[in-house]
Design a protein around this ligand. Structure first.
Ligand code: HEM
Length: 151
């Protein structure tokens, strides 16, 4: 076989393999993901946000050294203290929701971090023990996470 033919055969093989691969690619259909859920914004502004501004045993979640958006040391959970505007409440809602486990609400970091006791999934909470299991504040947040809504 004259060696000039090798590149041509190589190109032909490559084209053949590529067309076979392309032919085997399925047509991907952009289907809406109907299983998506979120949390209730009205319940959040109506009862949950107030828990973060409450003085619970001398500690306030939105306090400056804690989870306050300007300068708190509370990890990535950051909120506006005494939020009143829709944009501040929306920012707090998104921040709190990002620490909620919609599949297993009791395993939410938002509940486990301030809950009395140490849990392997979150470790100790630098802000200390704030909630006890089933207390009023804990229950407000748990019920909110446990009642997801469709977006
Ligand atoms: C109800 C009140 C509170 C809630 C819901 C809460 C929730 C949380 C959450 C979800 C985290 C994890 C953040 C991350 O993974 O990035 C966290 C961490 C932290 N919190 Fe709080 N917290 C509360 C009160 C406080 C208070 C009063 C303080 C300050 C005295 C505080 C100080 C901190 C600090 C320093 C961290 C980061 C270090 C760590 O992971 O332990 N928290 N908290």
């Amino acid at each position: 076989m004259p060696y000039q033919a090798i590149p041509r055969i190589a190109v032909l093989c490559f084209a053949l393999v590529s067309s076979l691969l392309l032919a085997s690619c399925e047509q991907v259909e952009n289907r809406e993901n109907t299983g998506v859920q979120t949390l209730n914004f009205t319940t959040y502004t109506g009862s949950v946000n107030a828990v973060f501004d409450a003085n619970i045993g001398g500690k306030t979640c939105s306090a400056s050294g804690c989870h306050n958006i300007s300068g708190g040391s509370g990890g990535s959970f950051k909120i506006y203290a005494n939020a009143t505007t829709t944009s501040e409440l929306t920012a707090n809602f998104i921040s709190a929701k990002s620490f909620a486990n919609l599949v297993d609400p009791a395993q939410s970091k938002l509940l486990l971090e301030p809950l009395t006791g140490i849990f392997s999934s979150v470790g100790s909470h630098a802000g200390g023990d704030i909630f006890t299991l089933g207390d009023g504040n804990y229950t407000i947040i748990f019920n909110w996470i446990n009642s997801p809504v469709s977006p």
